[in-house]
Ligand binder design. Structure first.
Ligand code: AMP
Length: 208
């Protein structure tokens, strides 16, 4: 099964992606994680991506599409994949169609007004990649799941978050309509507890 996870930054896509990936044994492909890995390793792609990510803008379609195409060509994607954070533009969606058919697009829907608080209070684990909110973990510096060190993502500051949300509305939200017209979109209410959202995701996937 080829799944695309759609949703604004902070909608909980990454968290749901980890759960889906584990339960359905699908490779979790997060373009944000791939860019961050390149930034850490200071590759030419990372150096380029950083200039966009730091401003809360999208990286160029051509480099993003190339990175995804290479990843999807690997053996572990033969029986399906789970895309998290790609596509983010209509051009990327069209590029994906050239590579693979999408079986379902899960739109994790959270009211825009709630996302700023979700993102600016987010803490991520260096080791397992899981993210948490200060409302539930307080000042913890270690991951409640694996004990790894927690950090604040460089693009989770208020100014960058605001431009990421603007970019979502301007460039990504139109994908909801795009995939609705293709008959593959399923909306999931993301404004609930993680387990409740996942239960809804499971229901959708079961009824496909
Ligand atoms: P994310 O971890 O999904 O929130 O992505 C972090 C940042 O990586 C985004 O704000 C973009 O700058 C960049 N990025 C991730 N995925 C894409 C994509 N599909 N197209 C362009 N830029 C992306």
């Amino acid at each position: 099964m080829n799944i695309v996870l759609l949703g604004a930054p902070g909608s909980g896509k990454g968290t749901q992606a980890s759960l889906i990936s584990e339960k359905y044994s699908l490779p979790h492909i997060s373009t944000g994680d791939m860019f961050r890995e390149n930034i850490r390793e200071k590759t030419p792609l990372g150096v380029l991506a950083k200039t966009y990510i730091d401003k809360g803008q999208l990286c160029p379609d051509d480099v993003t599409e190339k990175m995804v195409a290479e990843r999807l060509s690997r053996a572990d994607c033969k029986n399906g994949f789970l895309l998290d954070g790609f596509p983010r533009t209509i051009a990327q969606a069209q590029a994906l169609e050239e590579i693979a058919a999408v079986d379902v697009v899960l739109d994790i829907d959270v009211p825009l007004g709630k996302l700023l608080k979700r993102l600016t209070g987010r803490r991520c684990c260096e080791k397992c990649g899981e993210s948490f909110h200060v409302d539930s973990i307080g000042n913890a510096t270690q991951c409640p799941k694996c004990g790894g060190k927690l950090y604040v993502r460089a693009d989770d500051n208020e100014e960058t978050v605001q431009s990421r949300l603007d970019v979502y509305v301007k460039q990504t939200e139109s994908l909801v309509e795009y995939y609705k017209n293709k008959g593959v979109l399923r909306r999931v209410d993301g404004d609930k507890a993680v387990e409740e959202v996942f239960a809804e995701v499971e229901k959708v996937l079961k009824n496909l």
